[in-house]
Ligand binder design. Structure first.
Ligand SMILES: [Zn+2]
Length: 194
């Protein structure tokens, strides 16, 4: 379909104004980095070292992913293992500071199991390394919203771990606010220790 030039220019102008409004809103929601005196950013060398330490055996990936979170500052007692059918998801929750943090949670996930060929360095140890380092950086910012970091299991078997997690989340609804106060977890157990 051919648009009239004037109409096209108007459309572009509207889109640009929406874009600038959007950018403004995003900026307004970002933390004030200049006041974050303890911001912890990972160096390229630190991230590269984790990539090169990829476990090539699928059976070793769960323990390695847990160890990665611990190394990057997650206390062992805050690392949960959700056993959902055949999948085991690693769940590390970073509690938000705001009052609404119990009902507004952001999930950041990657799968720790690997593709059948090779060491699975790209698919998907890169994802696990990324969310591990994101955990450490975001933790240093003390976010207002609760951030839930999840290492999904059995994703290469058909997204088993992530589907199982979604299935157990209660849909948020004002009439069901009390039920939706937390992301429910069945058969979830902390690893213990400190
Ligand atoms: Zn994958």
């Amino acid at each position: 379909m051919t648009k009239h030039p004037t109409t096209r220019r108007s459309t572009i102008a509207v889109l640009l104004s929406c874009l600038s409004l959007g950018v403004g809103n995003v900026r307004a929601q970002l933390p004030d980095f200049s006041r974050a005196t303890t911001l912890r950013l990972s160096s390229v060398e630190e991230i590269a070292a984790e990539f090169s330490a990829v476990p090539c055996n699928n059976d070793d990936r769960l323990a390695a992913a847990i160890a990665l979170f611990e190394k990057l500052g997650a206390p062992r007692r805050e690392i949960n293992l959700d056993k959902l059918g055949v999948a085991e998801n690693i769940v590390v929750t970073l509690p938000g500071t705001a009052a609404h943090a119990r009902t507004e949670q952001v999930v950041i996930g990657a799968h720790y199991d690997k593709v059948s060929a090779g060491c699975g360095a790209f698919d998907n140890w890169t994802g696990m390394v990324a969310i591990g380092h994101m955990y450490r950086t975001i933790k240093s910012l003390k976010p207002s919203k609760t951030i839930v970091f999840v290492g999904f299991g059995k994703e290469e078997n058909g997204l088993v771990g992530s589907r199982a997690m979604v299935d157990q989340i209660v849909t948020f609804d004002t009439d069901q606010r009390r039920r939706a106060e937390t992301l429910p977890r069945r058969r979830s157990s902390p690893l213990g220790g400190s």
